[in-house]
Write a protein that binds this ligand. Sequence first.
Ligand code: PLP
Length: 381
Amino acid sequence: SMEFTDRLTRVEPSATLAISALATELENEGADVVDLSVGEPDFPTPRNIVDAGQAAMDAGHTGYTPSAGIIDLREAISEKLADDGLDHGSEEIIVTPGAKQALYEIVQALIADGDEVALLDPAWVSYEAMVKMAGGDLTRVDLSETDFLLEPALDDLADAVSDETKLLIVNSPSNPTGAVYSDAALEGVRDLAVEHDITVISDEIYKEITYGVEPTSLGTFEGMADRTITVNGFSKAYSMTGWRLGYFAGPEELIDQAGKLHSHSVSSAVNFVQHAGIEALENTDEAVEEMTEAFEDRRDLVVGLLEDHGVDVAVPEGAFYMMLPVDDDDQAWCEGAIEDAHVATVPGSAFGTPGYARISYAASEERLEEGIDRLAEEGYL
Ligand code: PLP
């Protein structure tokens, strides 16, 4: 039999995908599953973006591109980042097949065996796996006692990090909590990063999806420009999950090193997809706003329905997730919910925080109502 490497055997397959597989299995058996487990918008990709992708194919943009991405897209990204107050020329940007690949490349570039990486829990499932694959060790800071907010937990973060901490990953708005960190919280992160010389990844993939708050990019705080790597992507804001398009921006020395991994692995993101990305950045504000408004209405709907059933949640200010408090054995709760109520959610333990289930409200209002009704009927609320 084959022998596999430690870097893979110490990692589990993605828990989110495992739940989706269970939902699909039930659906194949004829069950009507309300799938609140998926991390993707339920909207089609806006028409202008699809048209731009098709036009690019027709125009023959089907060959290799420069490894870091076509210059026009990198310049459009540079302008988008400038709008967020970040100063990165096109030479400080790498376009990737999805933000996930960007994160993977950064972690591979910075983390070696035994290096310490700090995460704010609950944290998106793949951070842990990426760090483990690189050989790093995790330090986890639990935000579940502070309604998933960072500002009141800054003392805990201060206790967790030290000069040994090499990297901190911050994700605001957060998957899975929907929390948006305040400027005061980010200033606290800055102070610790500067004090202990920590590099910070700011995963801003949900930055465009917020409700009445404007999250500040971490790299804009004084002292952060040289130590922040900003990650973003097109999957969520533009409903382009399957197109696989994202990017990262950071100090040129990091870009040079990560760029080697990028060029020797994926080569580049897909050519015509990159052309569609320019259209997304330049001409899609209105569609993004409409989708965000729909997410906000759904958030209000779900929070209200849960309240009707006597369940209080930390109200998310961004992204399209919320954490539902459930039994201590959240794994069993999620399995039961999908088997008895045919409602799919993701156990909080997958994100480092047992006792919760993540609900994605990127589903129609009708399906959200149906899902909450069924959970209540089957005694899961
Ligand atoms: N970062 C976070 C926090 C996410 O939730 C996701 C997707 O679920 C990603 C990154 C990766 O997105 P993509 O690779 O589709 O750009």
